[in-house]
Design a binder for this molecule. Structure first.
Ligand code: G4P
Ligand code: NA
Ligand code: NA
Length: 194
């Protein structure tokens, strides 16, 4: 997605060989116009799949997921990282290990908002090692729902999440794939010529 790559080049900050900071439009301040275009792109990519629900994780997945949900006219559910005050009994949970943060966290979704007849699209802001997505897939399986695919805003192609998911036969669509952040420079995986 060209407009996204231009934005990353213009405003992204390479913090290290593995971390890209995009606080000005995705992870802190949000660019609603760009999020709308991202939502349209996901809606277009997954429009033939009969998707009934989008699932993401708080907090940075919510903006792109909501825009996709608006255009696809379906609800958006975000997995919580902390237990809600209004604790539900009917809760699906999964443990997610972050290699980046070196800690495990528990994510959860209420059974009220995911049903066995749901066809689910997972959307998230970053794909690194894929552990957050695997946690969401675990929750979708617990609910007996069906995973249709995964939409990612920025995939770090040099980490193993994309391969881990794709080799299980899961459809992963990333709007920008960064192949390297070495020497402070953002390099994207070449786009296939349509
Ligand atoms: P994984 O799920 O793919 O295994 O990812 P990992 O544990 O490495 O990611 C932990 C957190 O760091 C996630 O956000 C993820 O989106 C974010 N992250 C990973 N790599 C990058 C990066 O290069 N740049 C930025 N900006 N973020 C990265 P989170 O803790 O869930 O936070 P948030 O959703 O509230 O923003
Ligand atoms: Na994030
Ligand atoms: Na995220």
């Amino acid at each position: 997605m060209q407009v996204l790559k231009h934005k990353i080049r213009a405003e992204g900050k390479v913090l290290s060989d593995t971390v890209l900071k995009v606080d000005s439009f995705l992870n802190h301040q949000i660019d609603p116009q760009l999020m709308k275009e991202i939502g349209q792109e996901f809606a277009e990519l997954f429009r033939e799949e009969g998707i009934t629900k989008i699932i993401t994780i708080e907090s940075s997945g919510i903006a792109p997921a909501t825009m996709a949900g608006l255009i696809m006219d379906i609800p958006v559910v975000f997995a919580r990282k902390r237990k809600s005050l209004t604790l539900s009994k009917n809760l699906y949970s999964a443990s997610v290990y972050s290699f980046t943060k070196k800690e495990t966290s528990e994510i959860s979704v209420s059974g009220d908002f995911i049903q066995p007849d749901d066809v689910v699209l997972i959307i998230d802001d970053f794909l690194a090692n894929g552990q957050a997505v695997l946690g969401l897939i675990d929750i979708i399986e617990q609910a007996g729902a069906r995973l249709s695919g995964v939409g990612i805003v920025i995939e770090k192609g040099f980490q193993n999440g994309g391969e881990l998911l794709r080799k299980q036969g899961i459809r992963v669509e990333s709007l920008a794939i960064v192949s390297s952040l070495e020497n402070g420079k953002v390099v994207f995986t070449e786009e296939e010529q349509a």
